[in-house]
Ligand binder design. Sequence first.
Ligand code: AMP
Ligand code: MG
Length: 352
Amino acid sequence: MRKKGGKNHLSVDRTIFWIAILILAFIGVILIKVFAGSPKTFYYEYTGLTMGTYCRIVVSSPNTNSKQLAEILFKELERIYHKYNVKDPNSFINQLNSSQGWVDLDEETFVLIDSALKFANLTNGAFDPALGNLISLWGFDKLDEKLPNDVPSSDAIQTALMKSGYKNVELDRRTRRVRLSNNVRIDLGGIAKGYALDRAYQIAKEIDPDCTGFVEVGGDIRILGPKFGSRPWVIGVRDPRKASSEITYLYLKTGAVATSGDYERFFLHNNERYHHILDPSTGYPAKGAISVTVVSENAITADALSTAGFVSAKDWEYVVQEYPKLGGTVLMVLNDGTVKKSPTMKIYERKQ
Ligand code: AMP
Ligand code: MG
């Protein structure tokens, strides 16, 4: 009897042993899954100033040097900034604005102006890349200098409006030329950051298709690839009236997000806020929203539509319902603080 009992005890011990091994193996597999990749993926972070604002590049490049890649991307942002900065007398855009008649364009500028005109048409002129005279009358083109604090006279605004508007920009596709009429001046400030971010993405992927991370310029972001190869980047949408708090979080593995807000560049005059996003139909800062955030597949679309959505805020129902058809999912904070969203925004607000 005793012998039999001893045998039973031994087999129970063995069973417990094997169950313990199985549990440990299971925990091991789970831990490997959870941490796979993350300790090996090193993110290099580059911060700097460009395009009149701050820039952050967070990149991990398994096939090249992450630091060098970040520096190359920053140089590209700088190149685009200098080429299209209306305040730089030597910039290409300034030379174009001072030219008469048909002007030859390089391929990049042709495509950029073409895209800008496309967004102008799609948004019924809410996005208008030919507001240069109006923007400089208000003084909002002074990127690196102090902003003015005076409101222009209504006569001056009407005069600047007569010398504004994308309908005065003519492109000739065959000869790749542009002609500006009525002395309009092009200002690509509403689209340049988005374009620069898309270029940074393109260059990063040409150099290392496996790189991941993101590039951020003044709050606009282009994702290069998911965090640690599989996880979303968490992007806070700031409360436009409380700099350090967020109204929601977006979880993005790809694509881009851009925000236009009345807190970015503004001055106060007689307790009224005058900001840098102008309504082409009035010549005054657009009213209705305090911030508009757009998620899109690419940064140029997010950038153009966030500016346009801000201008069209009085028609917020149209913006949140129709902009997804133009490629942008919208979140708007209206003047009274209410938040309006495209129905598809919840896809990005969900932890994936
Ligand atoms: P964003 O911060 O992307 O909305 O761009 C604002 C910048 O775009 C301004 O500083 C101007 O250079 C330019 N801008 C202002 N109003 C408009 C408009 N209605 N359409 C296109 N660009 C604009
Ligand atoms: Mg914009």
